[in-house]
Design a protein around this ligand. Structure first.
Ligand SMILES: Cc1cc2nc3c(=O)[nH]c(=O)nc-3n(C[C@H](O)[C@H](O)[C@H](O)COP(=O)(O)O)c2cc1C
Length: 450
């Protein structure tokens, strides 16, 4: 009898409405004219929910980029909170993760936005806590600050937000009409927080969120990012194109989580993957070739320049990036993704054209072209090898690439017992198998600082 796993993968899908593969929006049949319209994301959300996916994930940035409008792929077409609040009314089980920057929000308004989304979705909200290296020019901030400083702010930010959510005991609302007591002030704790970045009196002016705390997600892989993630996150998104590296990352991260006195099982490691699917191997290779044929080498060069923080205009497409260019690492961009391309160029001998193609396909993430069975083999191997707890799925093009994930890949994983056929719970915490944290009154006195 075939092996049946005793637990299933976490599957999240990136709601990248222009398609993850750069320039796939230029293909006939793309939905590029609809970018920013509700109907498009509603259709995607409902497909993702029909496939029983755990999470739909909305990334976000607060800047139109160096050349506004140059590329629609990773752009803020959809503001996550308003979009997810609307989508919560058209879905019932799928988790909804909103990206919001600890560099630009304040803890009090972020805590309220997330608590509101958790209520509107009946316990399906999650927050991707990012620190931002771009966009400060839109917030009256002269420069982004070092990664170390941004993560210091993020740490204080997340600490204040979680304590705001915890400030109402679950039974604070007593609604005693006879006694005229709506909520018991003794069951609501102020914060009286004074820190390096924030002064927040608290308490929150909303009752405790449905999930206690909405799910916390982290997406940075630097040392400071991992430290932050291991302390707060319930899940971590990461860029891991190589299985052995992902296994090492998994062990390291779970070790850090244990070091924080937390249960490593309760934090999910979720690398990205770009499945380029076809019903047959030939069909998948044709899809990949077609996607590659649509890559605009001029904008591809520009996007790679941004990723690598290098000027590449004098390098011929069929040359390699000179070794000297790699001597200085990135200042703003993710070091781990930069390292992926350094390795391909320096160790594997990729030309600039090959690097642009690779960047267009995966943005540094693992991509696999093939049948559902071939791609499921890779995913199962990673999962069984301790390289991940699941995947963040990036559809290479919209809508066909998204449909193929939901209609071909997910059923393959379901048939093998690696993915659910029905939602087990109505909350995101429930579906991820995470506990609901207690409010201030259920925590050790040392955690309260009130
Ligand atoms: C899958 C994934 C999704 C991400 N989404 C966003 C995003 O939507 N907005 C953003 O500003 N940063 C996003 N990031 C970037 C990270 O939050 C982080 O800033 C970046 O990885 C650099 O952090 P590090 O230096 O700790 O690696 C994402 C990263 C990953 C791996």
């Amino acid at each position: 009898m075939a092996h049946r796993p005793d637990k299933h993968m976490v599957l999240s899908i990136f709601m990248i409405t222009a398609g993850y593969h750069y320039d796939s929006w230029t293909m006939p049949g793309s939905r590029v004219e609809e970018l920013g319209q509700f109907g498009l994301v509603k259709e995607m959300a409902q497909k993702a929910e029909a496939a029983k996916l755990d999470i739909m994930f909305f990334g976000d940035v607060s800047s139109a980029g160096r050349i506004p409008g140059a590329d629609p792929t990773v752009s803020g077409h959809y503001e996550p909170f308003t979009t997810l609040a609307a989508l919560s009314q058209h879905t019932s089980n799928i988790g909804m993760i909103a990206t919001a920057s600890t560099s630009f929000y304040e803890p009090y308004n972020l805590a309220r936005l997330m608590a509101g989304l958790d209520e509107m979705s009946n316990g399906r909200a999650g927050w991707n806590m990012v620190t931002s290296s771009v966009g400060h020019e839109n917030f009256g901030i002269s420069e982004a600050g070092s990664s170390e400083e941004r993560y210091r702010r993020a740490t204080e930010f997340a600490d204040v937000v979680t304590r705001l959510w915890d400030s109402w005991a679950d039974d604070a609302m007593v609604c005693d009409r006879q006694a005229g007591i709506w909520a018991d002030p003794q069951r609501i704790r102020p914060l009286r927080h004074t820190g390096e970045f924030f002064d927040v009196q608290g308490p929150l002016n909303m009752r405790r969120p449905v999930q206690g705390r909405p799910v916390l997600v982290q997406a940075g892989s630097s040392a400071a990012g991992l430290e932050f993630g291991s302390r707060f996150a319930d899940a971590i998104y990461t860029t891991q194109p190589v299985k052995e590296d992902s296994m090492a990352f998994y062990r390291q991260f779970k070790g850090l989580v244990s070091g924080q006195g937390r249960n490593p099982e309760s934090v999910k490691v979720i690398p990205g993957i770009v499945p380029i699917l076809g019903a047959t191997e030939k069909e998948a290779q044709d899809v990949m070739r077609n996607l590659g044929d649509h890559v605009n080498m001029a904008s591809g060069r520009y996007l790679l320049e941004n990723r690598l923080e290098m000027k590449l205009d004098e390098i011929d497409l069929d040359e390699r990036i000179p070794a000297s260019y790699w001597q200085q690492g990135p200042v703003k961009q993710s070091k781990s993704r930069w390292e992926v391309f350094r390795h391909l160029s320096e160790d594997k001998g990729y030309t600039l054209r090959e690097l642009i193609l690779e960047h267009s396909r995966g943005h540094g993430h693992q991509w696999v072209a093939g049948t559902p069975s071939k791609i499921a083999d890779v995913m199962v191997d990673w999962f069984e090898s301790g390289a991940c707890d699941g995947f963040n799925l990036n559809a290479p093009y919209i809508m066909g690439g998204f449909d193929a994930i939901c209609d071909l890949l997910v059923p393959e994983l379901q048939n093998r017992g690696y993915f659910r056929e029905e939602y087990e719970h109505s909350t995101l915490r429930g579906n991820l198998g995470l506990e609901r944290p207690g409010a201030w009154d259920k925590q050790p006195a040392s955690a309260l600082q009130a």
